[in-house]
Design a protein around this ligand. Structure first.
Ligand code: ADP
Ligand code: ZN
Ligand code: MG
Length: 484
């Protein structure tokens, strides 16, 4: 079900994602990459496009791009071609960008049921800094250019229009980002622009296999805004169709502050890029050793990890997926299982993604390294709960204290005598006492109002200081009340 769209309409979405590679140097020159350094301190004749210079491809960038291609299940072209994409704008000193056109590095991939149309290598443009009346330089207005970013290696990933809702676009985008992050080839930081995402959006009658006219939402700088922007655009398109109008192909900017969509430029005026083969570069022809090296360097990626957690460890779908996209938590899980071989993966995953994650949120989601809880300690806690040595309530209380104060749960259970009442005669005595002291609810339960048992369970729990197992209390209470 697509959010907001009438049932007879279907959303069709394709994403274009630019990933800045975190190489040491730029794509075609030896300048170092930088983020946040003073403007124009990482430049040279090549990335400033002085006459007569020649580009020299960055081997590491090519290796990284191949890793992305393989992680997305793409075919890597044996010989891909660099092209010049011509356009005139101050962010582009050569007046062309070196990119790839009809023979890209990678094609025909797939990630989580979204097909990858292509992925290619290109260089980033310089950064424009627009200054106005309120700009940084008093009394002047206009634009400044910072060439530090010019020539940064980029991989552009283009999906097929296989995404069917705004929330799916967000989730898929997050999966892609995690996948690239775990390759270690990019910072994938959307705020700093090292991962940028455009969304192509159209609607069509549900059941149709034709594509409607699309619009393009440019440069969303978070996946939350991407989802909001697509939702707003789907609403707008559905509104047009409902009033008998047509969607016009155009590029839009979404303002997440106001929720408004503004046209940027219409496709009719779109540039003719006059792509020409780059005469200064030979075809990109990775040899088999290079491909093999890239294949070997791939870590277990989120999609495969989620599958392994489900199929081999029996972890339910939701925690398996969550863990697969949070490498830090997944590492914690593996350390927990190594520390406590008897701990069931399902139980460990539930504690980790449930109560522990909730405690982390309470603390403002710090890095795990800042939390005084070792994987082994969380594993001990989960093991004690699994073996019913402590009640779930006691375990939760202990977890809070572990996160706050770094206590050792095993030691505290002994010191404070928090072990679960495993001696059922002790529990039976408490139940008997509670039933005697609460004749009202007891009679109600016996008269057929089973809900009234809640008050008795609560009283027993209180009496035991939360050390009893809820199921066990229920069972003994029902027995005591003659309910079988
Ligand atoms: P363009 O020539 O306008 O750049 P492409 O065919 O190269 O269009 O596609 C660019 C992106 O738009 C791809 O991600 C593709 O999946 C997506 N796309 C293409 N047609 C549609 C459509 N009708 N609706 C939604 N997305 C589309
Ligand atoms: Zn340079
Ligand atoms: Mg395109």
């Amino acid at each position: 079900m697509t959010e907001g769209l009438p049932d007879d309409l279907e959303a069709v979405i394709g994403l274009e994602i630019h990933v800045q590679l975190s190489t040491e140097t730029k794509m075609f020159c030896g300048c170092s990459l930088s983020f946040g350094d003073p403007p124009n301190t990482h430049t040279c004749p090549v990335c400033l496009a002085h006459p007569g210079v020649l580009p020299v491809p960055n081997r590491r960038a090519i290796e990284y791009a191949i890793q992305i291609a393989l992680a997305l299940g793409c075919e890597v072209a044996p010989r891909s071609i660099f092209h010049r994409k011509n356009y005139f704008y101050p962010d582009n000193p050569k007046a062309y960008q070196i990119s790839q056109y009809d023979v890209p590095l990678a094609s025909a991939g797939e990630l989580a049921n979204v097909r990858i149309h292509r992925a290619h290598l290109e260089e980033d443009a310089a950064k424009m800094v627009h200054i106005g009346e309120s700009g940084r330089i008093q009394g002047s207005s206009g634009s400044l250019v910072d060439f530090n970013r010019a020539g940064t290696p980029l991989v552009e990933i283009v999906t097929e229009p296989d995404i069917r809702s705004a929330s799916e676009a967000r989730e898929w985008g997050q999966l892609l980002r995690e996948t690239v992050r775990q390759l270690g080839v990019s910072d994938v930081n959307m705020e700093e622009g090292s991962l940028r995402c455009d969304a192509n959006v159209s609607i069509r009658p549900r059941g149709s296999s034709e594509l409607g006219t699309k619009t393009e939402l440019k440069n969303m700088n978070s996946f939350r805004f991407l989802e909001k922007g697509i939702t707003a655009e789907l609403d707008r398109q559905a509104g047009l169709v409902a009033s008998g109008e047509r969607v016009v192909q155009e590029t839009l900017h979404f303002d997440p502050g106001t929720g408004a969509l503004h046209p940027l430029r219409s496709k009719e005026e779109a540039h003719d890029y006059r792509y020409l083969p780059e005469p200064d570069l030979v075809p990109l022809a990775p040899d088999s050793a290079m491909l093999e090296e890239a294949r070997k360097s791939l870590p277990e990626l989120p999609e495969a990890k989620a599958k392994r957690y489900r199929d081999e460890l029996g972890i339910p779908e939701a925690p398996a997926e969550l863990l697969s996209v949070r490498a830090e938590l997944a590492g914690f899980l593996e350390a927990m299982l190594a520390a406590e071989p008897d701990l069931e993966p399902r139980v460990a995953a539930n504690w980790l993604t449930g109560e522990f994650a909730a405690e982390l949120r309470r603390k403002g989601d710090p890095d795990l390294s800042e939390v005084p809880v070792e994987a082994a300690a969380l594993a001990s806690l989960a093991s004690m709960a699994q073996a019913k040595k402590i009640s779930h309530g006691t375990a939760k209380d202990l977890l809070t204290r572990m996160v706050d104060d770094g206590i050792d749960p095993v030691a505290v259970v002994t010191e404070e005598d928090l072990g679960q009442l495993s001696d059922s005669s002790e529990l039976e005595a408490i139940v008997e006492k509670v039933v005697e002291e609460n004749p009202g609810p007891a009679e109600e339960v016996q008269a057929g109002n089973e809900k009234a048992i809640g008050a008795l369970v609560g009283a027993v729990m209180k009496e035991t200081g939360g050390r009893a197992d809820g199921g066990e209390v229920n069972r003994i209470l029902r027995q005591a009340l003659g309910l079988g």
